[in-house]
Design a protein around this ligand. Sequence first.
Ligand code: OOG
Ligand code: MG
Length: 257
Amino acid sequence: MNIDDAAAYLDDAAREVRAVEQMSTHTPFTVDDAYRIQRASIARREKRKERTVGVKLGFTSRAKMIQMGVDSLIWGWLTDAMLEEEGAPLDLERFIHPRVEPEVCFLTKRDIDGPLTALEARSYLEAVAPAMEIIDSRYEAFKFTLEDVIADNCSSAGVVIGAWSTRFDGLRNAGVRMRFDGRDVQVGSTGAILGDPLRSIVQTSRVVHEAGLVLPAGSLVMAGAATAAQTLTPGLHVQCVISGLGQAEFTTRAAQA
Ligand code: OOG
Ligand code: MG
């Protein structure tokens, strides 16, 4: 597996909004290689002046593991180009086969430069917000192995973040509803995310440390979806409501006539 070729394969697919064959079908590769490919694909984005703004975790809930058939925690990078304006219309033509999932997003206030305990995690945080992630696997039919999805930066494509709050207390088991045009399409609890979404900070501190990196203060951390993801279609009003925390919303642009 040539790391740079693999990174170019996935980066080109994303830029050209084109689904590609799973890489592992032809060339098996390791999880370590997958993270090298991910890092190289982010380096390509950085060359185009995109900036990393934080990290995302994946498969932190059973609902997601079951939906995608992958059962290990994964992580990837968020860049400024993935930040969607909350409440604004989203143009689906930028994506291959986008899905949306309800999440919790944290904003850090101190550098995370080593593994943290659950007790320590809270003091590294500035704020928390209801959020949604738009995922858009670059692989055909949204099908992948663990290694494939890691290499593809964990399907990252967009992030919509609601109003920031400092209410961390009720987070452990807050109701989560994702609504399309006012109708519930996914219902769950923040407790589905690692038992407590704050644990995503513990996990983030570990994986970033293992990668030999420091996550700078002011970074975003997407904790992972609380429920399965839902396919986006044109002309929708999409809303994520988290009890006691607030909501995030956006619309998808209507199909061209
Ligand atoms: C991989 C990304 C998983 C999450 O929140 O669990 C993820 C995928 O499902 O395509 O973002
Ligand atoms: Mg996600």
